[in-house]
Design a protein around this ligand. Structure first.
Ligand code: SAJ
Length: 475
């Protein structure tokens, strides 16, 4: 019996499982459950010490996701009260389902050897494989190294189930494209890339996602093309940021304001000729852009082994972009030292006010924050660092203060790392009086303050890309 006839026998998808109750799985499950096309959705979550609590929270119709997620809490309360969504750690229920999506995060052990840490993903796939039945659809939503769906995932699922992918069950990759703060909106409105290991799998996966899309369209391709699309769309964003960061470093060295250059270049408009410059800054954090390049790279090296044609001895442009972006916190350290040198002192014993611990403006997400690299460099140089962030209440690594005055008081240096709204209207006079120094140093990592306002009040100013201001005379 072919896969298509198995689908015909089973009928349209009615019962769905989502594995991994994280910031990807929860909104996906809620949206599936809210659709009249589906009867029941199970949210599978390992009853682990760190995440097991989510099961009870979700079954109360509440969201365990921190931060503001418009529409999610109401949706969860609605689908739970309708009895259309249940969270459980009992994976055996998968045996009664038509489709199961897997949204387990895939970090990297270390960036040096490009080895992804698929431990959690493997565990989840083994659990799923144990219970799938003929005619089930399995969809990987996690961002994975190209080749994983048809390789590692297919292998584990076939091994555990004794079934054959493409004959007994369908397998596809539909990468998530959600951004914290816009989870529900992104799932509904972003186009959805759907890549099956074969045509039948692709079509069955399209049947699963079509009902949750509002303005988003389905874009079909192979599983491997879908894996490359997802990792490349982030590698390319990282590359765009690296390009403007490198230009900012050049502009500093040449005594030019990078924002004049950006405005100049952006003035080139028209079909296919805009340069789409992004913003230079103190660094790139988060867990999308900091890892997806390495997934893409590994895919090209493993799948392309022996066939990849590339300039001999040249480093991958994407990996070099990562190096440029990862250099930016070090550059912020260099600007800090230069600023202190201008007032004939150095980092040893200096008090640094680090403004912004979140990796993204007006967010509490601290994953891979560039601020961490800067703080470590300063501690190594013998400085004393106090961290402020209006949104981050606690962090396993550092004490984060919420009172700005406490952090700025007696500081030699004020370094802005995150473009949080409240940092946009720092009052130069007030900050200087709090610092208790004649010429405090201010480092603007996100171009959110006016250099002249601070220079005129006696600050030593340094800004990313501000080659026109970084050697100003001190008033
Ligand atoms: N950043 C810059 N300059 C820029 C843009 C960002 O330095 O011009 C820095 C940010 O400060 C931050 C980091 O890069 O530290 C990442 O910023 P981001 O806006 O890319 O936010 P992410 O990491 O949450 O990226 C996510 C990605 N979404 C998914 O992977 C599903 C990315 O593909 C989206 O493009 C991005 O959200 C988005 O557009 O919101």
């Amino acid at each position: 019996m072919t896969l298509v006839s198995l689908f015909r026998q089973r009928g349209p998808i009615k019962k769905i499982g989502v594995v991994g109750m994280g910031y990807v799985g929860i909104p996906a499950a809620a949206l599936f459950a809210a659709s009249p096309r589906f009867d029941i959705v199970y949210g599978f979550q390992r009853d682990s010490p760190s995440s097991g609590y989510k099961i009870a929270v979700l079954n109360r119709g509440e969201s365990p996701i921190k931060g503001d997620e418009p529409g999610l809490a109401d949706l969860l309360m609605k689908v739970v009260s309708l009895g259309k969504f249940t969270s459980t750690s009992d994976f055996s229920r998968i045996a009664s389902l038509d489709a199961v999506t897997v949204a387990i995060q895939t970090p990297f052990q270390s960036r040096d050897d490009l080895l992804p840490d698929f431990t959690s993903l493997k565990e989840a796939l083994s659990e799923v494989g144990r219970y799938i039945t003929p005619g089930t659809l399995i969809v990987l939503e996690s961002t994975v190294t190209p080749g994983t769906t048809e390789g590692l995932a297919r292998g584990i699922l076939e091994q555990e189930s004794g079934l054959i992918a493409g004959e007994d069950f369908a397998l596809a990759h539909a990468p998530e494209r959600v951004m914290a703060g816009r989870l529900i909106k992104n799932i509904r409105e972003h186009d959805r890339i759907i890549g099956g290991i074969d045509e039948a799998s692709t079509r069955r996966a399209a049947e699963l996602y079509t009902p949750v899309l509002t303005t988003g369209k389905i874009i079909m391709m192979t599983a491997r093309a879908a894996e490359v699309t997802k990792t490349a769309e982030n590698a390319l964003r990282d590359l765009q940021i690296a390009a403007i960061n490198e230009l900012a470093l050049y502009c500093e060295a040449m005594g030019v304001n990078v924002y004049d250059v950006k405005a100049g270049i952006d003035s080139l408009k028209g079909e296919g000729i805009t340069r789409a410059l992004l913003s230079p800054g103190a660094g790139v954090g988060g867990h999308c852009l900091t890892k997806d390049t390495y997934h893409l790279e590994r895919g090209a090296q493993v799948l392309g082994k022996g066939t990849l044609d590339y300039p001999v001895g040249e480093r991958s442009l994407f990996v070099l972009a990562r190096a440029v972006n990862d250099f930016m916190p070090t550059h912020m350290f260099r600007l800090t030292v230069d600023g202190l040198n201008r007032i004939h002192t150095g980092p040893q014993g200096a008090k640094i006010a680090l403004l912004g611990w979140a990796f993204l403006s007006d967010s509490d997400d601290t994953r891979n924050t560039p601020s961490g690299v800067y703080r470590s460099l300063l501690l190594e140089a013998g400085a004393d660092v106090a961290v402020h962030d209006p949104y981050v209440t606690s962090d396993p690594e550092v004490t984060v203060f919420s009172d700005l005055d406490d952090v700025v008081r007696d500081a030699n240096v004020i370094a802005i790392f995150t473009a949080h709204r409240m940092y946009r209207n720092l009052d130069p006079e007030y900050i200087r009086s709090l610092s208790n120094h004649e010429n405090p140093v201010i480092i603007d990592g996100r171009n959110i303050i006016d250099p002249d306002e601070f220079i005129s009040k006696g600050f030593v100013y340094k800004g990313i890309g501000r080659g026109d201001k970084n050697s100003h005379t001190i008033t």
